[in-house]
Design a protein around this ligand. Sequence first.
Ligand code: MTE
Ligand code: MO
Length: 182
Amino acid sequence: MPVRHYGPVPRRKPDPWPIAVGGKLADRTVTTSVAELTDITKTGLTADLHCASGWSCLDLGWEGVPASTLLELAPPPAGVTDVLVYGEYGYSANVTLEDLRSPQAMIATALNGVPLTAEHGAPVRLVLPHLYCWKGPKWFRGWDYITPDTLGFWEARGYHRLGNCWLEQRQTLPGPPKEDLI
Ligand SMILES: Nc1nc2c(c(=O)[nH]1)N[C@H]1C(S)=C(S)[C@@H](COP(=O)(O)O)O[C@H]1N2
Ligand SMILES: [Mo]
């Protein structure tokens, strides 16, 4: 499995690893930790991981907590349709609430029977199998409730707002007209 990310692998792994859900549309910020979440529920998931640059890893065995558990702890304010999910050091991706509510959306702590390694996102990463995996931060730190015009790290640089891999939503820009291609 390739290792792919922007920036450094975090050197410190505080225990408890804090997770915060809030943002300016929320009336309060809910803080929790990986340990607290795994105490509530634990689940497994077999899913593929698709990178927008063209590779996929099939049938990965994830273990962790359904994203719905965190959504229940910190419910979205009325009328909110989008979140900005965060990783350590400010990495972010915008995701629709509908995508985050997917039954396969998971906050994963282990892969193929062993805890995540540092370079694959220890202690926790967000897994959204139907979206390109830039939408799933490694070293996951929570999310903010946002308006749909707020973009994440790659989305602000031209990557797709939705990023559904089955629809091949990689770039937002339309690209050159066909007659310009040689
Ligand atoms: N925090 C963080 N998470 C990230 C990224 C990143 O740059 N920072 N890159 C994403 C991209 S583009 C990919 S392909 C996957 C790679 O996961 P892997 O290194 O475990 O294969 O992590 C995703 N999660
Ligand atoms: Mo990627």
